[in-house]
Write a protein that binds this ligand. Structure first.
Ligand SMILES: [Zn+2]
Length: 441
């Protein structure tokens, strides 16, 4: 679903209020029925809280939110925020109902959380049906301190685990032509590691999934190990971790499970890194992610984890750093004539570029959210050429990230920042977006 206007839709939803029929909760709340009704339950019943929470879930899905934040502001005040295109947006405030009653409803629905536990951080999981689609939420609960000492408050965040549209492919995810060509070349190799890097929320999993789909073939045994599993992937065997089967054990077992392609959710430590390298070096295509600021720093990170330079040089095919940038609303964007030359200089533009550039600023209209509408990805693609491998091989006691970066740039790599500037020049995004997502230092 494309959302023309969050604000308008939120208004519309608010106008609909609580009169919307609710069917979800009745399907879900089937256990725990014989718990004695206490004050809290009375409050839940009086406030139609099941119905309200039901609406929160379905509205979040309809608005395409990535997360739902349920934040107690006082004993009887709860704010519900949705993260839309990367930014928290207040959806509604629940006044005059106990905040712990709202929390209790969510904890009741979630699997793995204890309603009576209010002092521990808890993780849980919810699966519901919204408009004929199964939607899963990962639930995180953390106790908070409030002004009123006798009330125990908890912050709840639900990550919406929506199966990504099957229409998302590596061709339309936002790769520039040259980067796309290299990425395809890297994932079409029969073995080697393909790494996506970037902070949480930079769309790494979506890109990995698109890559996996691009190389899927019934003749291949495709195994994934993730914690938690973000998406169901048709055609893959997705390993379920549990207290008896940890991440490392699962990976070791996979080595003996005759795989062709393996997706390791995240390289988190030496053990995981070792196993990814081992998989690559025994003839398997391995996909994984890491959290670093850019592509060259992945090498330094893996080296610090304890992986030898020659293993890094010859087991990795490609490293792709990714960010998501908000796109300007085409209907209301306006040419910004007041940008100071110093701002352009800070972005690293040359005088000639500054003369020619036309930048836009967000305005805001009925069809967008504060001048922005949707997001697109930018990439920094470090392809492992002969020269790149050679440079990594020659590393002594440390990895020279800068030398690696310069070599890659010489060979045609566009940095994240350059990719952002490209979008700026095309009038797709703003200076603020480029600066906030690609200028970390
Ligand atoms: Zn607009």
């Amino acid at each position: 679903m494309t959302i023309a206007n969050y604000d308008a839709l939120i208004r519309e939803l608010l106008a609909e209020g609580q009169s919307r029929p609710s069917g979800l909760m009745t399907q879900i709340v089937d256990e725990d029925q014989d718990v004695q009704l206490d004050e809290l339950d009375e409050e839940i019943r009086k406030g139609h809280l099941n119905e309200l929470v039901d609406n929160i879930f379905s509205d979040a899905v309809r608005l395409n939110a990535s997360d739902i934040h349920i934040i107690p502001r006082a004993a009887r005040k709860t704010e519900i925020h949705f993260r839309l295109d990367g930014y928290l947006t207040l959806w509604r405030t629940i006044d005059d109902l106990r905040a712990d009653a709202v929390a209790a409803v969510v904890k009741d629905i979630a699997k793995g959380t204890d309603r009576f536990e209010r002092n521990m951080a808890q993780d849980g999981f919810i699966q519901i049906q919204v408009e004929n689609k199964i939607v899963r939420f990962r639930v995180s609960i953390i106790p908070l301190i409030g002004k009123e000492l006798k009330v125990k408050l908890e912050s709840i965040v639900l990550r919406v685990l929506r199966d990504p549209e099957s229409s998302i492919t590596i061709d339309n995810i936002g790769f520039q032509p040259q980067a796309l060509e290299l990425f395809k070349k890297a994932i079409e190799k029969p073995y080697g590691i393909v790494i996506l890097t970037g902070p949480t929320g930079s769309g790494k999993s979506t890109t990995l999934l698109a890559a996996l789909r691009a190389v899927m073939n019934p003749a291949y045994n495709i195994i994934t190990v993730e914690d938690p599993v973000e998406y169901f992937i048709d055609g893959a065997r997705q390993v379920k971790l549990n207290p008896k089967l940890g991440f490392d054990e699962a990976l070791r077992a996979i080595l003996r499970h005759d795989p062709d392609i393996v997706m390791v959710g995240e390289i988190r430590d030496k053990q995981t890194a070792d196993l990814a390298v081992k998989l690559a070096n025994t003839g398997h295509l391995t996909f994984s992610t890491l959290h670093t600021n850019d592509a060259p720093s992945v090498i330094a990170r893996l080296y610090k984890m304890g992986i030898e330079p020659f293993l890094l040089a010859y087991s990795i095919n490609i490293i792709v750093a990714q960010r998501l940038l908000r796109k300007l609303c085409e209907r209301c964007k306006t040419i910004d004539t007041e940008v100071l030359p110093i701002t352009f200089e800070k972005l690293g533009l040359t005088e000639e570029e500054i003369r020619d550039i036309k930048v836009y600023r967000p305005v805001g209209c009925l069809h967008c959210l504060k001048g922005y509408k949707g997001r697109t990805a930018i990439h920094e693609v470090l392809y492992f050429t002969k020269e790149v491998r050679q440079l990594i091989m020659e590393s002594g006691s440390s990895i020279n990230e800068e030398a690696l970066r310069q070599l890659a740039i010489k060979q045609g790599m566009k940095t994240l920042h350059d990719s952002g500037i490209e979008l700026l020049k095309k009038g797709i995004t703003t200076i603020d977006e480029v600066a906030s997502t690609t200028m970390n230092d």
